[in-house]
Design a protein around this ligand. Structure first.
Ligand SMILES: *Cc1c(COP(=O)(O)O)cnc(C)c1O
Length: 416
């Protein structure tokens, strides 16, 4: 028996074969992968995982691929950083940063989901891979397609950061810049996906793609010494990552890898695109689509596909959600960089800003073991901080010029 049982409709429970389909024919609900946990349980242990490769593939037993060949061999197993300085600043005893700014190969958490999606797409016989992206996804699809020798089409909104555009072109996929926002791109891609037999990682192979996010839960638990955290803070675009961290934590309990899950799930958005957080704060279990306007472009999805399920997971966990202004996003990026030496993109600024808010509100408490998910690299969104970091001290190549600028005394100087 295989570990994947079926694709199952999240709404009506109807089951489908594990092909490239993503919506229920009966009720139009989204499909997700259903596993044979009894089988998996016989075959999995902490030791087996620890002896596995230093990548997401150490959890292959819990991922929707048949193997034995996995594309994207280096994704995952990023550092879990004990953030003592930032913790002290915020008043938290045990804060960790899950640092996906250094994920491989394209420096965002998307390498996890794409490694899984492209592996599964190839198993299903696809030769062309595509995506509708807010930026990081396109970078990851482009890089993985190049390495796998597959044809790629990446669709991006017209206003992306320069480094994210370049980060596609360098791998030479077909880069399609759509005059519109992500929601326009996504609508167009759904239409294109109906016409061509391509694997759109976040459309027709989305059920497999989404499962890659679970590895952020597994790794965190393993790196904490097989403990679940008390609180996690997760940035939300479509809301998929948040729902899959919740799923991953519960799978570990189902499989006996942890005793209990007491984790509170907290979702983070930017004010300029916060349909999910706004619904949560209003006590609604449904969101109203918005037109995004924020520097956190990687999170700028106005009509989030998993928004409803993100609200549900957060409520089940007794967690919370919040949002921050673009100014607070920039402050969050600077705070993380200047306390922990980690340069995050705008999504990271959102996470740190919301973390700070939740601590101030008393939602996250001093003694809570807390993990903040930092999902993308700051070198890709330099536009966001360029005016907020000052300038270098420009001097002549002489000692005198140096000492004049830094007003050096006998025992060295202060800062200029
Ligand atoms: C895509 C993305 C997310 C969140 O994605 P979901 O659609 O909610 O799964 C978070 N951070 C970064 C940097 C991203 O690129």
């Amino acid at each position: 028996m295989t570990k994947m049982k079926a694709l199952v409709c999240r709404e009506c429970g109807k089951e489908y074969p594990t092909k490239a389909i993503h919506v229920c024919e009966m009720c139009f609900g989204p499909l997700e992968v259903k596993y044979n946990y009894e089988e998996i349980k016989k075959n999995i242990s902490r030791k087996k995982i620890q002896d596995g490769p230093l990548s997401i593939w150490r959890y292959a037993d819990l991922l929707p691929v048949e193997g034995p060949t996995f594309l994207g061999p280096h994704a995952g197993m990023t550092p879990l950083v004990r953030a003592k300085n930032l913790g002290a600043y915020l008043g938290l005893d045990e804060l960790y940063i899950k640092n996906d700014t250094v994920n491989h190969p394209t420096l965002s958490f998307k390498d996890r989901v794409v490694a899984v999606a492209i592996t599964r797409a190839r198993e299903l016989g696809f030769e062309t891979i595509a995506c509708a992206s807010t930026g990081n996804l396109a970078n990851s699809v482009a890089a993985h397609a190049a390495a796998a020798g597959m044809r790629a089409y990446v669709f991006i909104p017209g206003d992306l950061e320069a480094a994210k555009v370049l980060g596609n072109l360098i791998y030479k996929p077909n880069v399609v810049e759509v005059e519109g926002n992500y929601d326009d791109v996504n609508r167009l891609c759904s239409e294109i996906a109906g016409e061509y037999a391509w694997a759109f990682v976040n459309i027709n192979v989305r059920p497999y793609y989404a499962e890659g996010s679970k590895t952020l839960a597994y790794e965190t638990v393993e790196q904490l010494g097989w403990r679940t955290p008390d609180q996690v803070v997760i940035p939300m675009a479509s809301g998929s990552l948040l729902t899959k961290i919740w799923k991953g934590l519960h799978e570990m309990k189902t499989l006996g890898l942890v005793d209990d899950v007491r984790t509170r799930i907290n979702g983070a958005q930017a004010e300029g695109c916060s349909p999910i957080s706004t619904a949560f704060k209003a006590g609604r279990d449904f969101f109203k689509p918005v037109k995004p306007k924020t520097i956190a472009k990687s999170l700028a999805i106005g009509n989030p596909a998993d928004g409803y399920y993100a609200l549900k997971a957060t409520a089940e966990s007794k967690g919370s959600m919040d949002m921050v202004s673009d100014g607070e996003v920039v402050e969050g990026i600077k705070l993380l960089a200047q306390t922990e030496g980690i340069f995050a993109e705008t999504a990271g600024g959102v996470t740190i800003g919301v973390l700070q808010k939740l601590v101030k509100q008393g939602t996250i408490k001093k003694g809570d073991v807390t993990v903040a998910y930092i999902t993308g690299n700051g070198l890709k969104t330099q536009e966001a901080v360029i005016d907020a970091v000052g300038k270098p001290h420009r001097i002549q190549p002489s000692l005198a010029s140096f000492e004049k600028t830094f007003k050096m005394g006998k025992n060295g100087g202060g800062d200029a």
